[in-house]
Ligand binder design. Structure first.
Ligand code: NDP
Length: 309
């Protein structure tokens, strides 16, 4: 099967790229991936996507974007791309169904996945106290006690957000300092209901049905090591995101964290004809609207590339 444009991934970036490339008559094929609609489908209310003055749920927003892509003729397919060969054009990609697609251009918008610590208890309490998105789930912890793991800008942002809802917020930070920007550090340290637990790691979570607490190890592996429990209702991970690029490893230039490297202010990768949009190439902003913006840019870049080649 041949296409002028293959879009891999179906978050705001992928669907926006699909809307633009369809309207430009490129007849794109879009593979939805493991989580159709992407990370937003796991959130509740989205209040910061322009155009929805009353807010909209994440799944509804993604369904609207999907319908808009379908309206202009995007060939949306369920399934994953499991192999990519960018060594020559047309590029050859293989889907999990076994279908082989020859694409003149490829837009990669496979997104990123929140990192977890890897504790077995995280899985057990997922949705029952464990979350990787304070802005999605914070609402459920009004007046309660929660912990945020991590010391970067995301962790500080999440802790501050939660501190306006919850009674008390712990930050569990493995080093003796916060990695976040100065201004975020100051805000966190000034906030009365946030307590930063420096030099601390989480050893385990506990609770009978729902989360009730965490076992914390301070100064792990040193003479000062201490173990204590904190009572919490919510445990929020903010230790970074892993870009979904495993399938493109060795085919395209990635940074040391695995994010796709794009050229300057464009969505071009090191392979002419392959473009990247959304969180897969964005360790910094990671917003639905910024992902949609780069999806638009990738579509325009792909269209221009086809015109010139
Ligand atoms: P970062 O990589 O900056 O921070 C991750 C944090 O998690 C670090 O404190 C790190 O600890 C900690 N961590 C990582 N793994 C573990 C682990 N296994 N156990 C315990 N702690 C762990 O990620 P962010 O998501 O915070 O930020 C990503 C990028 O986005 C940054 O460039 C940031 O500046 C930017 N950003 C900017 C914002 C803004 O400007 N408003 C908002 C949000 C993000 P350690 O320090 O010890 O490595």
């Amino acid at each position: 099967m041949k296409t002028k444009c293959l879009i891999v991934g179906s978050g705001p970036a992928g669907y926006t790229a699909a809307i633009y490339t369809s309207r430009a008559n490129l007849s794109p094929i879009l593979y939805e991936g493991m989580q159709p609609g992407g990370q937003l489908t796991t959130t509740t209310e989205v209040e910061n996507f322009p155009g929805y003055p009353e807010g909209i749920t994440g799944p509804e927003l993604m369904e609207d974007l999907r319908k808009q892509a379908l309206r202009f003729g995007t060939d949306i397919r369920t399934g994953l791309i499991v192999k990519a060969d960018f060594s020559k054009r047309p590029f050859v990609l293989t889907a999990d169904s076994g279908d082989i697609i020859e694409a003149e251009t490829v837009i990669i918008s496979t997104g990123a996945t929140a990192r977890y610590l890897g504790l077995p208890d995280e899985e057990k309490f997922k949705g029952l106290g464990v979350s990787a998105c304070a802005t999605c789930d914070g609402f459920f912890y009004r007046g309660k006690t929660v912990a945020v793991v991590g010391g970067g800008d995301t962790a500080c942002e999440e802790a501050l957000y939660l501190s306006n809802l919850a009674k008390k917020v712990y930050m569990i930070v493995r080093k003796d300092y916060l990695r976040a920007s100065k201004v975020m550090q100051e805000r966190v340290l000034k906030k009365e209901n946030i307590t930063v637990l420096f030099n601390c790691n989480t050893a385990a979570l506990f609770g009978s049905d729902v989360l009730e607490g965490a076992k914390i190890v301070e100064h792990k592996g040193t003479a000062k090591e201490q173990i204590f429990d904190i009572s919490i209702d919510g445990f929020f991970l903010a230790i970074g995101h892993t870009p979904n690029t495993a399938v493109f490893e060795g085919q395209i230039k990635l940074d040391k964290e695995g994010f796709i490297v794009t050229k300057g202010d464009t969505t071009e990768t090191n392979i002419p004809g392959v473009f990247a949009a959304g969180d897969v190439a964005d360790p910094r902003y990671r917003q639905a609207i910024s992902a949609a913006g780069t999806g638009c840019r990738a579509a325009l870049d792909a269209e221009r590339f086809l015109n010139e080649n």
